[in-house]
Design a protein around this ligand. Structure first.
Ligand SMILES: *Cc1c(COP(=O)(O)O)cnc(C)c1O
Length: 377
């Protein structure tokens, strides 16, 4: 059966082709050209920050942000256990140790109480991840950071356009990072960005992105930098995507409301919450099933009819290379939601009729298994 409903496919129906053609016809395909500057301005605006630095992917964005903060061996950084592996790996690239915090049982984002339990004399910073598009509870996180003199880098790879108490994600911490991979809220194929309010950090990010080359003296290098530049061709796609950014986010929020109403009251499902004061970007409409077995049965049943779903991330502190890293008591909440969690098709272009069809697929597959359970019990 071919996939009729992928979990998240891009919408490239705007000026993407036209701008890419413009790059090729003008031969400005590499990392110089007019689209890059325009894209960085659009990203800064979408994050509510004065500065944005475009890079080649979201993992590089995280690494660049941490390198700009001079993170190094002996340092610890508190990250959630429930996230994409890149969040932890970026810390490891710097020679530092990721320390794994547990998540909130309602929003599945990093729990501030868990962060507090993990702070040690070696802790340098916190990377809250706005998971599946929902903003973390930033006030207590920022208060902790202020009290203990820690920096905060928001991993907003999945949440561009989300708001916390009226502020855009990316603008809340010292820096914020985005990913523009093909399944993210907007895409440049592969791509990422770091945003910041701080002029000094912006200069440092620009320096390290371009091999650490002295801006005053070409081919003179005072520091070990990276080539993390984005191409103008990728930025051309990004500019076209950003022209429709507000609509793309609104469509995802509308999709979430449709799923909420189509699935409310279905036994065996826990629907996502939007915390008071938060506006999720609903990168992926995600929910909890009763247990791992029913989730996996549901997934394969839906796939038989061409509906792709995605399991939640596995707890990173259970993976071999991080099993010995410190964690908050093994992160029991993460463990629980990770094995029950599921994301539904969430492409911005889906219509109400698609949501009805997908939701009907879930309902019919949940009823029989529950009644069987009752009989057995
Ligand atoms: C996608 C993602 C990244 C990494 O982005 P890439 O562009 O794939 O390198 C980092 N963190 C989170 C939470 C992500 O979802």
């Amino acid at each position: 059966m071919s996939i009729r409903y992928p979990v998240a496919a891009p919408d490239l129906s705007g000026n993407e082709l036209r701008y890419a053609e413009e790059c090729i016809k003008s031969s400005w395909v590499s990392s110089q050209g007019t689209f890059l500057k325009r894209f960085e301005e659009q990203v800064a605006a979408a994050a509510g920050t004065p500065y944005a630095v475009a890079v080649c992917n979201g993992t590089a964005a995280l690494h660049l942000a941490l390198a700009a903060l001079d993170l190094g061996p002996g340092d610890e950084v508190i990250v959630p256990s429930l996230t994409f592996i890149a969040t932890a790996n970026a810390v490891t690239y710097c020679g530092a140790t990721p320390v794994f915090a547990d998540c909130d049982p309602e929003t599945w984002c990093i729990a501030p109480e868990s962060i507090e339990r993990l702070i040690s004399p070696r802790t340098k910073g916190i990377i809250p991840v706005h998971l599946y598009g929902h903003p973390c509870d930033m006030d207590p996180i920022l208060a902790l950071a202020r009290d203990r003199r820690l920096w905060v880098v928001e991993d907003a790879a999945e949440a561009m356009g989300a708001m916390y108490k009226g502020k855009l994600v990316g603008s809340l911490g010292d820096m914020g990072t985005f990913s523009f991979f093909g399944n993210k809220i907007i895409t440049t194929g592969e791509g990422g960005a770091v945003v910041t309010q701080c002029e000094r950090l912006n200069a440092r990010l620009n320096l390290l992105r371009g091999q650490g080359m002295d801006p005053q003296k070409r081919y003179w290098h005072n520091v070990v930098g990276f080539n993390y530049r984005m191409t103008n061709l990728a930025a051309a796609l990004g500019v076209a995507q950003m022209e429709r950014f507000t609509t793309l986010v609104e469509q995802r929020r509308r999709l979430a409301r449709w799923y909420d109403s189509a699935l409310s009251g279905v036994e065996g499902l826990t629907l996502p919450v939007e915390a008071q004061g938060s506006q999720s970007a609903y990168w992926m409409y995600s929910l909890l099933t009763a247990d791992e077995a029913s989730r996996d049965a549901l997934r394969s049943g839906l796939l038989d009819t061409g509906i792709e779903t995605r399991p939640f991330f596995y707890p990173i502190n259970e993976m071999p290379m991080y099993a010995a890293a410190p964690s908050d008591r093994g992160c029991p909440v993460t463990r629980d939601v990770s094995y029950r969690g599921l994301s539904l098709p969430s492409s911005s272009y889906l219509q109400y009729s698609d949501v009805e069809l997908i939701s009907a697929g879930l309902r019919t597959r949940l009823k029989p298994s529950l009644s069987r359970l009752r009989k057995a019990g």
